[in-house]
Design a protein around this ligand. Sequence first.
Ligand SMILES: [Fe+2]
Length: 351
Amino acid sequence: MDGNFFIKTKIIFGRNSIERLSADDEKAVIFSSNSMLRYGFTNEVINAIDMPYFLIKDIKPEPEEKEIGKYVEMLEKQKPDVIIAIGGGSVIDTAKAALYHYKKAKLVAIPSTSGSGSEVTRASVISKNGLKYSIVAKHIAPSLAILDPRLPEKMSSKLAAITGMDALAHAIESYVSNTSSPFTKAYSIKAIKDIFEYLPESVNGGEEAREKMHYAACMSGIAISNARVGICHVMAHKLGIFNIPHGLAVALLLEETMKFNMQNKRARKEYDMIAREIGLENGGELIEKIKELKKKVGIKGMREYVKEEEYEDKIELMASMASDDKLLDFNPVKAGKEEIKEIYWKAYGCL
Ligand SMILES: [Fe+2]
């Protein structure tokens, strides 16, 4: 076996760790979610950096490609040498997409949700007409991530649930990815254990559980930044057409895509290995455990979120886009359009 494992991002973690943000740069542009501004965390950032800054707020969730141009223009005008993104995955991905074009700054990511892993990855997921795709480049990976558990404590239970399921999908998909390694698997498995242990309590608002989930999501992020994700994410990105938040879309497809991957001997063995790490017998039990977890955290079946006629209307387009997605190369089983359609229908409960 040969390979490589790379992480560009320095991670500072712990309560009040925003205070440890210091930068010896000349000018900052801060991308902030409105909630982080409201809770005063963005002001803490401004106080900590002590340098001229320009603030960008009112960033839309699930960034659209057509929105990015205006942020690139702002960066070109402001000429920052550091960009600070404070907010959920959408805020961090918007900053990364703008940095992809601007290129002349380093990035500091301060996540307020616990799921996307965007604070450590080289990818930014953006939408075009509702369909999501990833931009991947080394220079958009954050140089620094600050994991201050006070921020995710502000998440609603619903957001804690769906972002937590996104983190679980990252850990599981990276574990069975064609490019996984002993190094990525170490991060994946630790994240999986912590997510099963702490997500329900995190959804109930438990402080310690919120902190554990924040770190678990980052560990999943480290795993996917090296091993990438697979068919569950490919298909979930296309479900974005129904305006379903990313974490929910992933949660709705996780078990069916795992069942599909089980036709591959290696993947089956690897699901069994995950199962044993959390005290279960095999991959089948792992899938049941995921179902249970979803129930506990209030995630229902696909038909609760999308009307059947609309689903049927879009399934051809989603399957055709998904079957062309390059991320499928990382999945243990090759999937064609017809197989993807079948998984979409199974996830809907129709087959
Ligand atoms: Fe994800």
